[in-house]
Design a protein around this ligand. Structure first.
Ligand SMILES: Nc1ncnc2c1ncn2[C@@H]1O[C@H](COP(=O)(O)OP(=O)(O)OP(=O)(O)O)[C@@H](O)[C@H]1O
Length: 264
């Protein structure tokens, strides 16, 4: 059985006056435990809608999402949040800016739980976080008392990644999480992402416009277009592909959208 299964997932948005736009249209996908799937496509292809459906932020119009045997798409967002970690493009999202790094980490640790937050601010948990951050070799363990808004974009994205994975989520959603970083920092954050994902064997979906990253880090790549999965590149196919191949696949789909048939 697949770890995550999407069956006929459909979401329409009402732009008013009966103007319905298709966010997702009958999306079917089986994802194995520990698999890393790159998600690419044009603007407006449905990538964010897919993530919002998976994380319970928007309700499906049709279809189901299963985690193992359990249908999760009908659960409340808070119940789904226990199982899903998400890192956004904007390093400011998903964190409480004025709270310290330690406080943010403790908030992440009680995600989806009703336990009192204050009780987790103990010396023992503090030391645990010091030990947890040391292997990253970024000296972030020395910055636990700093408000998270004072960290650089790269440091903040690293903490966001740690926060999203601290509870070993059943699914990790990376939503263009390196797009706002300079190339060097983006590379570091990608390398760290790979370390964490491998170490914890995390099932991961990664939206990226960096096509080379999609090739380097994915077991499979899905190409989205007009709310559907138009193409899936398999583990065997990926080593034979270049970023230019992915680019032309996307261009080809866009060409058809504009009524232009592009020759192969
Ligand atoms: N809240 C909304 N209200 C109305 N339409 C929406 C809403 N969210 C998404 N859409 C529409 O659904 C379609 C898919 O959008 P989505 O944001 O999922 O695309 P995307 O692939 O993430 O694009 P991008 O790469 O630009 O972020 C688009 O036509 C978009 O305009």
């Amino acid at each position: 059985m697949a770890h995550i299964e999407l069956q006929g997932v459909t979401k329409r948005f009402n732009r008013g006056k009966g103007d319905l736009v298709s966010g997702l249209n009958d999306v079917n996908l089986s994802i194995e435990k520990g698999e890393v799937i790159g998600v690419i496509g044009t603007n407006g292809a449905g990538k964010s809608t897919l993530f919002n459906c998976l994380s319970g932020q928007i309700k499906l119009d049709e279809g189901q999402i299963y985690l193992g045997n359990h249908e999760i798409s009908s659960l409340k967002p808070m119940e789904i949040a226990r199982n899903i970690g998400r890192v956004f493009q904007d390093p400011r999202m998903g964190t409480a800016p004025r709270m310290t790094v330690f406080e943010n980490l403790m908030l992440a640790r009680k995600r989806g739980e009703n336990r009192l937050f204050g009780r987790s601010l103990t010396e023992r948990n503090y030391q645990e976080m010091v030990e947890y951050l040391k292997p990253f070799r970024l000296d972030l363990e020395k910055r636990l008392d700093v408000p998270i808004e004072n960290l650089s974009g790269g440091q903040r994205q690293t903490i966001s990644l740690v926060m999203a994975t601290l509870q070993q989520p059943e699914l990790l959603l990376l939503d263009e999480h390196t797009a706002a970083l300079d190339p060097r920092t983006a590379k570091q954050v990608m390398a760290m992402t790979q370390d964490i994902v491998k170490k914890l064997n995390l099932t991961t979906l990664m939206i990226t416009h960096h096509l080379q990253d999609a090739l380097t880090y994915s077991d499979r790549i899905i190409v989205m277009h007009q709310g559907q999965i138009s193409k899936i590149f398999t583990k065997d196919e990926i080593p034979k592909l270049t970023a230019a191949d992915l680019f032309s696949t996307i261009e080809h789909l866009s060409g058809f959208e504009n009524g232009v048939a592009i020759e192969d």
